[in-house]
Design a protein. Structure first.
Length: 202
């Protein structure tokens, strides 16, 4: 069992040079063929033709000179991870993280299963078909402090509308959640006579 108490949120600030990936195996865990410059437990951003892998963050495991594993990535299903050149791409190490402090609350939305309801004229009951998952979003409520380095950095990132960051949530007890996407901090804090000033970032 896990609780949110003690959790930390970090966003990437810098990435290493892109390393060319020539192949990824259909295995559990997936094995990446590349001139490897990564070490065990390095966190890498993958980019390739597999939609369920590209723009996702993974931990490196069992690195050798010519390959490395992507821990907890199962690519044995060739319907979703087709054999061939679509696995080729790049891997970039996340070289620095910045912790976001002063978080008073963290909430999430989306990520749920999507379905399509199909109605057949001759049937009285509709059929519900799986249709993937919703996009996910997390919102951090921060104690407003415009002098903090992390909040200044969030302001800068928010102004660069095309910039995306890796996101890491460390949950006490051994769970780590990764994401990759846009980060934006509200320009105006929330005012209340019964509370401190707070500002949202999502």
């Amino acid at each position: 069992m896990f609780t949110a108490i003690g959790s930390k949120v970090l966003i990437s600030t810098t990435f290493g040079a892109a390393q060319v990936v020539t192949a990824i195996s259909n295995a559990d865990p997936a094995v990446v063929t590349a001139v490897n410059q990564f070490a065990a437990k390095d966190e890498v951003l993958m980019y390739n033709g597999w939609d369920d892998v590209t723009d996702s963050v993974y931990r490196v495991a069992a690195p050798t000179a010519g390959n490395f594993q992507l821990a907890e990535l199962d690519t044995t299903d060739t319907e979703w991870f087709p054999v061939g050149t679509s696995a080729q791409g790049t891997a970039r190490k996340i070289t620095d993280w910045m912790e976001i402090g002063n978080i008073t609350n963290l909430s999430s939305e989306g990520g749920g299963a999507k379905t399509i309801d199909v109605r057949i004229m001759s049937r009285r009951n509709a059929i519900s078909l799986p249709a993937g998952f919703e996009s996910s979003k997390i919102t951090m409520e921060l104690a407003y402090d415009p002098k903090r380095v992390d909040q200044k950095s969030l302001d800068k990132i928010s102004r660069k509308l095309s910039q995306r960051c890796a996101i890491k949530i460390i949950v006490p007890g051994g769970a780590t959640i990764y994401g990759y996407g846009f980060v934006q901090k509200n320009a105006m804090p929330k005012f209340s006579m019964d509370d401190i000033l707070k500002v949202d970032a999502s």
